[in-house]
Design a protein around this ligand. Structure first.
Ligand code: SF4
Length: 322
């Protein structure tokens, strides 16, 4: 298995002196897995904790609890050697290519950086590898002498992807990689990411707020709400038959040109609870059109199996209620 995350918990202490303890519960009991060559979409609104999951996998934030295995190796609190192996195995592409590239570095230098840090390639061999990487991401060779401000947004994101694959990783964590780009460029980058995955047998954890994008690229999808995965399943199954009211609402909010039948999503109203003070019951209860009074606001739902590889965290699917 490429990636296995179990019961991941990431809380941030944002207390200010003299104002008591304030803890943001960004991620709670998140479990997910990813087979080699598979693409898993992690979707949810901004603030759902999806980016924090990606950063925790790459040790860019420290988990409070849980386990993370990458390529079969425990990475929850890696020593230096394991962290080096993690950098080779897994890389991340961020949303904003503008701030991901150092404006004072040439493209050659930016793409070469991981090679300098983690390999012994130098001189001509390193320049040849940078040229090869630019070729893979479809950029002309003379771009290596340019600076980021001389490139378009889409070209900069291709440079970021070239840098991410420089060490030949098996896993790419793509955090909203197209949302800072023009719509026409988004489609090109998505198509490129799809062929890159097929050509190189990469595994993708694709983080996005956009379900339509995830449908285009991912075999499976996991939907996050306020730090928890509320539904997970094969992409087509989740789109055809969403089981959680939040997923249904999300699907109602996006155009689905290829849907066999239109899904009437329930519109989302109501306040989103603060991740500093989560309610005792289901976190979605304040916005859920199907909330069961006296139950949903008091008791957090379990995860219920809804089909092969398909599960939803909602009291509506509790067989004990039938
Ligand atoms: Fe809605 Fe209740 Fe299901 Fe939560 S558990 S999604 S409030 S029905």
């Amino acid at each position: 298995m490429m990636l296995e995350v179990r019961d991941l918990k990431v809380h941030f202490d944002v207390s200010r002196r003299g104002r008591g303890r304030t803890v943001v519960q960004a991620v709670n009991e998140v479990s997910l897995h990813l087979e080699r060559g598979e693409a898993l979409g992690l979707v949810g609104e901004s603030g759902s904790g999806k980016s924090t999951v990606g950063k925790a996998i790459l040790q860019l934030v420290s988990p409070n609890a849980g386990s993370i295995r990458v390529g079969g190796e425990e990475m929850t609190r890696p020593d230096r050697e394991r962290e080096t192996r993690l950098r080779r195995t897994a890389q991340m592409v961020f949303q904003d290519p503008h701030s991901s590239l150092n404006p004072r570095m040439t493209i050659m230098r930016s793409v070469a950086e991981p090679l300098i840090l983690h390999t012994r390639l130098r001189g001509q061999a390193m320049r040849a590898r940078v040229a090869e990487l630019l070729g893979i991401v479809g950029l002309p060779q003379h771009f290596q002498f340019r600076y980021p401000h001389e490139l378009s947004g889409g070209q900069k994101q291709r440079v970021c992807i070239a840098r991410a694959i420089a060490l030949d990783p098996d896993l790419l964590i793509l955090d909203e990689p197209t949302s800072a780009l023009d719509v026409s460029v988004q489609a090109q980058i998505l198509e490129f990411l799809r062929s890159l995955q097929q050509d190189r047998g990469l595994s993708y954890l694709f983080i996005s707020h956009n379900l339509a994008v995830v449908r285009h690229l991912c075999n499976r999808v996991a939907v996050m709400y306020l730090g928890r995965i509320v539904e997970e399943g094969p992409t087509e199954e989740v789109f055809r038959s969403p089981q959680h009211p939040y997923t249904r609402a999300l699907l109602g909010a996006v155009p689905l040109p290829q849907a066999r039948q239109p899904l009437a999503g329930d519109p989302l109203t109501g306040d989103i609870p603060s991740p500093v003070d989560l309610p005792p019951g289901c976190s979605f209860a304040s916005r859920c059109p199907q909330a069961i009074q006296g139950l949903c606001d008091r008791r957090a739902p379990d995860d219920f199996v809804r089909g092969p590889g398909h599960r939803a965290r909602c009291h509506l699917h509790d067989p004990a209620r039938a």
